[in-house]
Design a protein around this ligand. Structure first.
Ligand SMILES: O=P(O)(O)OC[C@@]1(O)O[C@H](CO)[C@@H](O)[C@@H]1O
Length: 383
């Protein structure tokens, strides 16, 4: 597909994307100021960043850190532009890069160097009652037939995507309404098919989501090897890093349920034997879409049995954060992808494709906020 619709921006009053900057980010910054005893210089930078991102322009300084050439080129293009004229995806990714700069995450001489600024929020979820009840439900799954069990694990990983702490800064999610498109059968056909490469799971959030993802991965490991792709540093509040996976494995091992302890044990062994490989890539923290994959990642995706992309942000990067007609066929929109790909996401932004027209009419009339409420989910597959 060559003719792409316009990019989603953050300039339209009343739009969801604008509300992220005007309503969600002030809460996000307030949470950070609450969670950490930051000294005045860091507090001042965070407050200035918030004001700049709401009403100001992009400065010429390139925020330090990895992917430097990418950001140098991008800033050369965008410096001086008002934030409100930027594409949504770019502006958010840049905002998180600037937060890391403001909190000295990349400054080797600072005592704040490498401190995960979102760790208190992630740990609160990992230690919370919801994961314990998820793991009780996992334990009960042992009684089910194998096919029913793994389908339940796929859906748990899908709905696990509701557990996005960026989203939860100002919205509580009211239940699980509907899986709007459910290509689960195609997911299992590909996993069980003749493909010899690994199944690549591109993770999204820590906490409840990565817990459910790890349970799904354990089921996939029965027939395939798996690569779990993680963020190289904190991003979009709760995105999972290697540290988060280790913390999750420790929480699983400490759970009172024996099947959960056994799950932790199997996963640890799989990591040791490299049947489960943990990986990361600088691309995962950039505003570029999957249309512009770096060649090494494109090669890995091409060789994979299936690439499972988790979450809303990965969906935005896969489809392109643009004003798509929601009935545009998923397969046509993402036909550029180098391999077989499945997107598992709860809808938390304006974007959607691949919705049958009659279903779309029903959704727009019956649940007008279905695109952003997190109550509607989709499993869409290109193969
Ligand atoms: O990728 P995730 O965790 O499912 O969602 C990320 C997200 O919360 O971030 C954006 C707003 O900050 C939204 O587009 C989206 O809902």
């Amino acid at each position: 597909m060559d003719d792409l619709p316009p990019r989603i921006g953050i300039d339209r009053p009343g739009s969801f994307s604008r509300s992220v900057f005007q309503e969600r980010h002030p809460v996000l910054i307030a949470n950070l100021l609450d969670d950490f005893p930051y000294p005045p210089r860091i507090r001042a930078r965070l407050e200035a960043l918030l004001a700049e991102s709401r009403d100001g322009a992009v400065p010429t300084a390139v925020p330090p850190g990895p992917n430097a050439p990418f950001w140098e080129a991008q800033i050369a293009e965008c410096a001086g532009r008002p934030w409100r004229s930027l594409p949504f995806l770019w502006a958010e990714s840049y905002f998180y890069r600037r937060i890391l700069h403001a909190t000295e995450y990349f400054a080797p001489d600072s005592p704040w160097y490498g401190v995960d600024l979102f760790a208190p929020q992630k740990h609160a979820q990992l230690d919370g009652p919801e994961i314990l009840s998820d793991l009780d439900a996992y334990t009960a799954l042992a009684e089910r037939e194998p096919d029913e069990r793994r389908q339940a694990l796929l859906h748990a990983a899908l709905w696990g995507n509701q557990a996005d702490l960026g989203f939860r800064t100002i919205s509580a999610i009211a239940g699980q309404a509907d899986v709007v498109v459910d290509d689960s059968a195609a997911v299992w056909d590909l996993i069980d098919g003749p493909g010899e490469g690994p199944v690549i799971v591109v993770a999204d959030n820590a906490g409840r989501e990565i817990t459910a993802d790890l349970a799904l991965i354990d089921a996939i490991l029965e027939t395939a090897t798996v690569e779990l792709h993680l963020k190289p540093h904190p991003y979009f509040v709760s995105d999972a890093t290697g540290q988060d996976v280790l913390a999750t494995l420790a929480a699983l091992a400490a759970n009172p349920n024996k099947p959960v302890q056994a799950l932790a044990q199997r996963l640890r062994e799989a990591i040791r034997d490299e049947r489960l490989i943990l990986r990361t890539h600088g691309f995962y923290v950039l505003p570029s879409t999957y249309r512009h994959l770096p060649p090494d990642l494109a090669d890995d995706f091409r060789a994979a049995t299936l690439v499972i992309l988790k979450g809303d942000l990965n969906y935005r990067r896969l489809v392109g954060d643009r004003e798509w007609d929601a009935t545009a066929p998923f397969g046509e929109v993402v036909d550029y992808f180098p391999g077989d790909v499945a997107a598992l996401r709860t809808a938390k932004s304006d974007l959607a494709v691949g919705i049958p027209p009659a279903r779309l009419t029903e959704l727009e009339t019956g649940s007008p906020d279905w695109r952003i409420s997190g109550t509607h989910a989709m499993i869409q597959v290109l193969h």
